[in-house]
Design a protein around this ligand. Structure first.
Ligand code: PMP
Length: 396
C-alpha cells in the first residue's frame, strides 16, 4: 500500500532483522523510542512515583501519570480512567475479584476466550455465580443469536474478547454493548488483540471494563491496562500509594483511579507504554489496520491453495485480525513450528494458544500452527512463510 512507511518502521525495530517473526499476537516488539525511554529512566531520573518531593520523583511521577492520559486518549476514554496493571490477565482478575458477587449472579462469556478470560469467571462458582458459555458458528464468527437469547434471561456481566488470539475472529462489540445496556448487564471487553491492531474507540463501544496488554502494543513487558467507566470494584491490592490517610484502625483511599495501583508500580514500563502509544498514533491505527489486513488476506489466499492445509479463520476481512491458525494433515503443530524455525528462521506459535476449550470445540486436540502479523511485518515475510509451508506440506 503506497505511503505506508514500512522501511522507516523496520529501521526502528532492529530485532526484525534477527528472524522472520510471525508471533506478534503473543508479543510485539518495541521500537527504539520505547527502548530509549527505558534507558533514559535508568540513566537520568530513576525514582519512585507519588512519594517525596525531589526532582527525580517529580519527573518520574509526571511522566508516569502522563502515560495514563495518553493511553486513555488512545482508546478515546477520559483522562484518569485507566489503571496500569501487569497484563490483561491481572486486569480481568481485578474485575472478577473486585465486584460484590451474589449467589445466583450470572456471567456470560464465550468459547472464543483466552484462558485468562475464562478461569477468573469459573472461579466465581465458589460464590454461587453461574457461568454461561456462548458458542461460534461454522464460519468461526460468534453466535450472536445465542448470546441474545442467553442475555434475555438476565446477566450481571458479559465478558467477551474483541478479537480472538487463536483464530482471529472479531466480535461485534458495538452491538453487544447495546444489548448489555438494554439488559442491564455490565460488559467487560478483552481487548488484548484489538487495541494494538484496529482503531478502537470507547465512544463507539459502550463497555464498563476494557482490558489489554502493553507488551502486545509495542510497550514493555509487564505492562497492562484496566480501563473502567466507573470505580465500581473494590481494589484487589491494598497498601502504600493508594491511601490518603491511615489511622490506627482505618484508612481513606486516594481520590480517583490511583487507588487501584497500590505499591510501587512498573514505572519505567508505564512510561515506555506511553511512548509506544505515541508511536502507534504517529503511524496511525487506520494505516496499521490496512497494512495488516492486506498481509492477512495474502497469507490466507496463499495457504488456502495447498491441499492438506486447513485454515481456521472467518472468511470476511472485516471479521478477522492478523491471526492465521492452520494445520497440515498428519503433522503435529509443534513439528511444523520447529521445522519453520530450523529450516527458514520463521517464528510462529503452535499449540492451544491458551484457548484449549476452543481447540476442543474445533476438534483440534493438538491445537494449530498460528502465524500473526505485526505493523512491521512485510509482504516478503508472508511470502517466505507460504513458500516454507508449501515445502513442508509437499515433503510429508
Ligand atoms: N486475552 C487475549 C485475547 C490474549 O491474546 C492474551 C495474550 N495471549 C491474553 C488475554 C492474556 O494476556 P497477558 O498474557 O498479557 O495477560
Amino acid at each position: 500500500e503506497p505511503g505506508y512507511p514500512i522501511a522507516k518502521i523496520r529501521r526502528d525495530f532492529p530485532i526484525v532483522h534477527e528472524a522472520i517473526y510471525l508471533d506478534s499476537a503473543a508479543m510485539s516488539f518495541s521500537p527504539e523510542p520505547v527502548v530509549n525511554a527505558l534507558i533514559e529512566f535508568e540513566h537520568r531520573y530513576r525514582a519512585n512515583v507519588g512519594r517525596g518531593v525531589h526532582r527525580f520523583t517529580q519527573i518520574a511521577t509526571q511522566r508516569y501519570w502522563h502515560a495514563h492520559t495518553k493511553v486513555a486518549r488512545f482508546i478515546h476514554g477520559e483522562a484518569g480512567t485507566t489503571v496500569f496493571t501487569k497484563n490483561t490477565t491481572e486486569s480481568i482478575n481485578m474485575v472478577a475479584s473486585g465486584l460484590d458477587w451474589q449467589p445466583g449472579d450470572r456471567v456470560i462469556t464465550t468459547i472464543l476466550e483466552h484462558h485468562s478470560n475464562l478461569l477468573p469467571w469459573r472461579a466465581l462458582a465458589a460464590k454461587g455465580v453461574e457461568l454461561e458459555i456462548i458458542g461460534i458458528n461454522n464460519d468461526y464468527t460468534l453466535n450472536i443469536d445465542e448470546l441474545k437469547e442467553t442475555l434475555s434471561k438476565g446477566a450481571r456481566l458479559v465478558a467477551i474478547t474483541h478479537a480472538s488470539n487463536a483464530i482471529g475472529t472479531i466480535t461485534p462489540v458495538r452491538e453487544i454493548g447495546r444489548l448489555c445496556r438494554d439488559h442491564g448487564a455490565l460488559l467487560l471487553i478483552d481487548a488484548a488483540q484489538s487495541v494494538p491492531h484496529i482503531p478502537f474507540s470507547l465512544q463507539e463501544i459502550d463497555c464498563d471494563f476494557c482490558c489489554f496488554s502493553g507488551h502486545k502494543m509495542l510497550g514493555p513487558t509487564g505492562t497492562g491496562i484496566l480501563w473502567m467507566k466507573e470505580q465500581n470494584i473494590n481494589p484487589l491490592i491494598l497498601g502504600g500509594g493508594m491511601v490518603e490517610s491511615v489511622s490506627q484502625d482505618g484508612y481513606q483511599s486516594v481520590e480517583g483511579y490511583g487507588r487501584y495501583e497500590a505499591g510501587t508500580p512498573n514505572i519505567a514500563g508505564g512510561i515506555g507504554l506511553g511512548v509506544a502509544v505515541d508511536y502507534l498514533e504517529e503511524i496511525g491505527m487506520e494505516a496499521i489496520r490496512q497494512h495488516e489486513e492486506e498481509l492477512t488476506t495474502r497469507l490466507i489466499d496463499g495457504l488456502s491453495r495447498f491441499k492438506g492445509v486447513t485454515i481456521y479463520a472467518p472468511a470476511e476481512p472485516e471479521n478477522r485480525i492478523g491471526v492465521v491458525s492452520f494445520t497440515i494433515d498428519g503433522l503435529h503443530p509443534h513439528e511444523v513450528a520447529e521445522r519453520l524455525d530450523a529450516d527458514a528462521e520463521i517464528l510462529v506459535r503452535s499449540g492451544y494458544h491458551c484457548c484449549q476449550p476452543l481447540m476442543e470445540r474445533l476438534g483440534l486436540p493438538e491445537g494449530t500452527v498460528r502465524a500473526s502479523i505485526g505493523l512491521y511485518t512485510t509482504e516478503n515475510e508472508v511470502d517466505l512463510l507460504i513458500a516454507a509451508i508449501k515445502e513442508i506440506n509437499q515433503g510429508r
